[in-house]
Design a protein around this ligand. Structure first.
Ligand code: NAD
Length: 304
């Protein structure tokens, strides 16, 4: 007969819930903002105050809120902000005409266009009219072309944020296998091009990719920008990998409360990854600071 078990006879149960280091997007964004503020003050002292000119067509509530927050961030960082508003009925010619005027204005160094534009207007055509050296969102296709050719370029802000998050981990990118889930023009493709430009080995995947986990589970760096909550699960991730979650979706939690979530099933993936970005508090805040960095970059390179 076995002697009854007493307290202390059992091995302690260790529940590993998280081993990954959290990449703190808010702290990284603050560091970028501090640098931007210093550079903006230097430009101002030199009589060349940096300025962001934003174009807002119509009154989409999300765009209006974004424009308001952007103006506040600019004030905080010593950057002037001009909001140009056009009515919702503005035509392609009205909008294009305004962009061309801003391109020609020597006082304008940085231009961005709030989306959405009216349905009848070809957004990509408008974006491709923005002068390359003033295109602080990197939406003119020429700016992506410049990265491919290794020339100085204004790069889409979210892709810049992804690169900064990856580099903050100290990983050696030449020789690293990086897999990007999602291949949109504004996130996935620029991320792939930037990773290629630093000699990483890069795989681009999309909704048609078969057996995607077989690819992602080999990745030293896994970037997800699909917009599908919970897509990236534990078995998609190589132990110790850097996992960057670009996805942002509003969903209901189990209690019916609306929450913001990313593409990565955070708790289970954090148990195997080496580094991981949270949502919220990861790539989102870093993207805003990268736009401001592009504004001072453009202002520094503008002809005095
Ligand atoms: P998109 O819809 O334009 O593109 C999504 C891409 O993901 C496509 O290439 C599609 O093929 C791929 N995809 C979709 N489902 C997939 C699946 N099941 N498996 C593999 N690939 C899949 O989206 P987007 O504009 O690139 O945005 C993606 C996400 O990133 C969204 O959640 C968006 O809100 C977020 N986002 C965040 C920021 C930020 O600053 N953090 C900026 C832009 C976009």
């Amino acid at each position: 007969m076995h002697a009854p078990r007493r307290r202390g006879d059992y091995a302690p149960v260790v529940v590993i819930t998280q081993q990954a280091k959290i990449i703190d997007g808010k702290a990284l964004a603050q560091a970028v903002k501090a640098d931007v503020k210093r550079r903006a003050a230097a430009l101002r002292d030199a009589g060349r105050p940096p300025r962001l000119d934003a174009l807002l067509v119509g009154g989409d509530s999300g765009a209006v809120l974004y424009a308001r927050n952007q103006a506040r961030t600019c004030r905080e960082l010593n950057i002037d902000h001009e909001l140009h508003r056009l009515p919702a009925a503005a035509s392609f010619q009205d909008i294009a005409g305004r962009v061309l005027l801003l391109n020609e204005d020597a006082n304008v160094q940085a231009i961005m266009i709030h989306l959405p534009l009216p349905d009848a207007v070809d957004t990509e055509k408008i974006q491709s009219l923005i002068a390359v050296e003033k295109d602080v969102e990197g939406v003119n296709p020429a700016n992506i072309g410049n990265i491919v050719y290794g020339r100085r370029s204004l790069v889409p802000c979210t892709a810049l944020a992804v690169m900064q998050a990856i580099e903050s981990t100290g990983i050696e990118l030449p020789g690293a296998l990086c897999v990007c889930v999602g291949a949109s023009n504004i996130v996935g493709k620029p991320v792939v091009v930037l990773l290629m430009s630093v000699d990483a080995t890069v795989v681009s995947t999309n909704i048609h990719t078969t057996a995607i986990e077989a690819l992602t589970s080999q990745a030293d760096v896994l970037v997800s920008a699909a917009g599908v909550p919970g897509l990236v699960q534990k078995h998609w991730v190589k132990p110790g990998a850097v996992v960057i979650d670009v996805g942002i979706r509003r969903v209901q939690d189990a209690g019916g409360k609306m929450i913001t979530t990313g593409d990565v099933a955070f708790d289970e993936v954090a148990a195997v990854a080496g580094h991981i970005t949270p949502v919220p508090g990861g790539i989102g805040p870093m993207t805003v600071s990268m736009l401001m960095r592009n504004v001072v970059d453009a202002a520094e390179h503008a002809r005095a």
